[in-house]
Design a protein around this ligand. Structure first.
Ligand code: G6P
Length: 620
């Protein structure tokens, strides 16, 4: 998500910055920009919406800009639509000439509105919708207020802002220095003879050097020609070890993972946390969901008579899960439909209804058509979308963004996980506003959501066991996934993951439905994977598993720690931590994603680019 490159040396910086940014294209972006400091000490800034080619063209491949120091950025919109104004670098003033500080940033500043209000009071003016502009202006504010060195101004800013960031800034009156800081967003510093680089990822600078320093959390760096110094937040110097990169560029882009899909599976805890933090505000005493950014008034939430969810693929599966959770918590009837069906069945929609469209890309043709159908019928629409400024985000009445960041692997993992979170957030807030849950329950559900990222990290510790299991079933022909209620919703996603990337035939069934036909397919050795996370339905699903076992099926199960009696029935069990039952899908889906991935790997397939599939389906 977003990419940073910085350079200080003796050659012109712009071509190096552009080359570095092109190596970060894989991270996804919608606009780009760079700033170079020329020999007179002035900053020159060029930005462009769209592909990097625009920036190459605008700068004659960098040749039009002269200066041996600069910073560049590819932006993937989170605050404010993709546009030239919102693209980085951002400046401390309203005009480049009047600006003393210029910077680029990756990550999300969670309290940027609070900081913006403070700066507005101090007389600062803003030209963009970004949290980054706030960050740069905050550095400027402290720099001038305390007349302190850059390191201190950055440290004071770090103390005030909440969220994640990799920040690179240039100060007009500190020629030949680039300053950087980091919290929860990766950043490296590369060194070669008389040249120093900064980047959010190794591929950006591999062409120039293999010697890097990894900047750690809450550290500040000062880059000069051929050297770098590191400091704590208290301006104490830090000794760092220079590391030699031995990987090639392609491996570096994947952060050491064999496939993007695995990288994205591991990004899920962070993506969930970012999505939660984007709408949950901490007022000191308690955490509250704040939908003011989405724009849906409480009065409208109270009046919703019926919810219709329309989506495709995994987004539809996320909708299935949302249906169970919203109905149970908020007691509003929910109907979930495939967007391709919804659009043509002449839906009868209640005028007080709410149509929710879920889409990672925001560009899926059927989902767009479903949205337009709802709007034509005069019903309010809410989009759960990952890509800022996409068609669905622009056309819906309200937008709840997931903050999964760009997804490269065709088979979705982290976007799906954040869609689940969006569904929970709606369920909890709708329940609260409609008086279905009290303050205590509200606080409990929110704390359960915040516990999910660490629990997912724990599941990653069971990866080896899942890989072993996938290898054992490398030649499997038919797989059935079964579960009830929320476990059924997650089974649908587990089955889709498996068929998408391993090409094994798999189906998901509501466990109680097996007897009505599908059980005739079960024979000696058929693999049946059951999901059992709903305490009330545990025994019911065990009965359905037993029915399969008597017909020769091999039983595998995903359940929570503590349910060890499952081993009387299932031959293979993958345990996940316990959470409130409404949110267990966020945990049980992880072993299912890993199983699909490892089966694909065991079969020697390309997990990132499965045959016949597209990441964004923009045709019917
Ligand atoms: C394609 C992708 C799926 C995705 C579906 C819906 O089929 O391969 O992973 O779930 O489209 O895409 P959307 O962008 O609308 O979520």
């Amino acid at each position: 998500m977003c990419g940073i490159v910085g350079f200080v040396g003796r050659r012109d910086a712009a071509p190096i910055l552009l080359e570095g940014l092109s190596k970060l294209e894989y991270r996804g972006y919608d606009s780009a920009g760079l700033a170079v400091r020329d020999s007179t000490g002035n900053f020159e800034v060029v930005k462009a919406k769209g592909k990097l080619k625009e920036l190459f063209d605008k700068t004659d491949s960098g040749k039009a800009l002269h200066g041996t120091m600069g910073i560049g950025h590819t932006r993937w919109a989170t605050h404010g639509e993709p546009s030239e104004t919102n693209a980085h670098p951002h400046i401390s003033g309203m005009d480049v000439k009047d600006s003393d500080i210029i910077g680029v940033h990756n990550g999300i500043i969670e309290n940027y509105m609070e900081m913006k209000t403070k700066l507005l009071r101090k007389g600062y003016k803003f030209y963009s919708d970004t949290d980054t502009e706030v960050l740069v202006k905050l550095v400027d504010y402290y720099y001038k207020k305390y007349k302190c060195p850059p390191c201190e101004a950055i440290a004071k800013t770090m103390v005030r802002v909440k969220g994640s960031y990799a920040l690179a800034v240039m100060f007009k009156d500190h020629p030949d220095e680039i300053w950087a800081a980091r919290k929860d967003s990766p950043m490296i510093v590369g060194i070669s003879d008389n040249e120093t680089f900064i980047a959010s990822d190794v591929p950006a600078i591999l062409k120039y050097t293999r010697n890097v320093y990894y900047v750690d959390n809450m550290e500040i760096a000062c880059l000069k020609e051929g050297s770098a110094e590191f400091f704590t937040i208290d301006s104490e110097p830090i000794e760092k070890e220079l590391v030699e990169i031995t990987w090639d560029t392609e491996a570096a882009e994947k952060g050491g993972y064999e496939y993007f899909m695995m990288k994205e599976i591991h990004e899920q805890p962070r993506a969930i946390l970012d999505t939660l933090n984007s709408v949950i505000k901490d007022d000191g005493d308690s955490k509250k969901i704040d939908f003011s950014g989405i724009g849906i008034p409480d009065e409208d939430i109270k009046n919703i008579s019926q919810i219709y969810i329309a989506a495709c693929g995994s987004a539809w599966h996320a909708g299935m899960a949302a249906q169970y959770v919203i109905e149970d918590l908020a007691r509003v009837p929910v109907r979930v439909e495939l967007a391709s069906e919804f659009r043509y069945r002449k839906p009868i929609l209640d005028k007080n209804g709410l149509v929710i469209i879920i889409s990672q890309s925001g560009e899926t043709a059927d989902s767009i058509a479903a949205l337009r159908e709802a709007k034509e019928k005069g019903v309010k629409t809410l989009a759960i979308v990952n890509v800022v400024g996409s068609t669905i985000a622009r056309e819906a009445d309200y937008v709840l963004y997931t903050l999964a960041g760009p997804e490269i692997a065709v088979a979705t993992t982290k976007a799906y996980s954040t869609q689940l979170i969006a569904g929970y957030l709606l369920a909890i807030q709708f329940a609260y506003v409609r008086g279905m849950i009290d303050d205590e329950k509200y606080a409990y559900y929110i704390s359960e959501l915040y516990a999910l990222p660490d629990k997912i990290e724990k599941i990653f510790e069971t990866k080896d066991k899942l890989q072993w299991f996938a290898a054992k079933f490398v030649n499997v022909h038919d797989v059935f996934f079964i579960g009830r209620n929320l476990d059924y919703a997650v089974s649908l996603e587990g089955s889709l993951k498996m068929k998408e990337i391993s090409y094994a035939h798999s189906e998901a069934y509501a466990a109680g439905e097996l007897k009505h036909g599908t059980i005739s397919m079960i024979e000696g050795g058929t693999l049946v994977i059951s999901v059992l996370t709903q305490p009330e339905l545990f025994d019911k699903t065990i009965s359905n598993m037993s029915e399969c076992k008597t017909r020769g099926a091999y039983l595998a199960a995903i359940t929570a720690y503590g349910h060890y009696d499952i081993e009387d029935t299932a031959s293979f069990v993958s345990y996940v931590p316990t959470a409130d039952p409404h949110f267990m899908g966020s945990l049980s889906v992880i072993p299912l994603q890993l199983l699909g991935y490892y089966l694909s790997l065991a079969r020697g397939l390309d997990a990132d680019k499965p045959r016949n599939l597209a990441k964004s389906v923009t045709v019917e």
